[in-house]
Write a protein that binds this ligand. Sequence first.
Ligand code: ADP
Ligand code: MG
Length: 210
Amino acid sequence: MVLDANWATKWLTLCAQAMAANRVYLIELDRAIGDSDHGENMDRGFQAVLEKLAETPPETPGAALKLAAMALMSKVGGAAGPLYGTAFLRASTAVGDALEVDPEAWARALTAARDGIVARGKAEAGDKTMVDAWTPAAEAAQAAVARGTGNILEVLVAAAEAADAGAVATDPLVARKGRASYLGERSAGHRDPGAASSALILRAAVEAAA
Ligand code: ADP
Ligand code: MG
């Protein structure tokens, strides 16, 4: 399996499908601790990504990530739009104009995405935000590369599973950033919507390669 432009296109297409399929789920999560719009925001954003993909098929994974960044930045809105836009843009820069994403590049891309989200939103790990999905994902990818795995699917799976566990682990946390932080202690006992959508995005990356 090589992570080329076809993989990236399939990944973003599967992201759009996942956001449509989980629209109500993400709305319900955001209803509990936010303003109920996260599912709508993400669905709209990734539909815009699909339109751009059809208009200008990307020739490299980096170009696909950049196209996604632009569409998400302009169409998602809310807090998540600029954060996802920054994440995809930093990931695009991290993979450069290579024709394929190898394990090292995927670890670099996830780390750059996480760092971009932190730079933009100033949240730390444990603040009950999407950072709690991206940080373990980046660390799991780095760890897989450090173990010496040359198997890209293994790195993708490690990152996706870590993001999923990270999203689940936001349940008991008290939000310290974003709209959910207005609820204080009452934000505990609910999953962070942005961490949940982040986990869906990284799971789609696996499915596109499987
Ligand atoms: P809004 O909060 O403006 O309604 P969304 O509902 O689309 O925007 O997105 C909410 C998600 O954005 C949260 O669940 C959280 O994961 C993420 N988020 C909000 N603020 C921050 C921040 N400062 N840093 C990182 N992520 C954040
Ligand atoms: Mg919201």
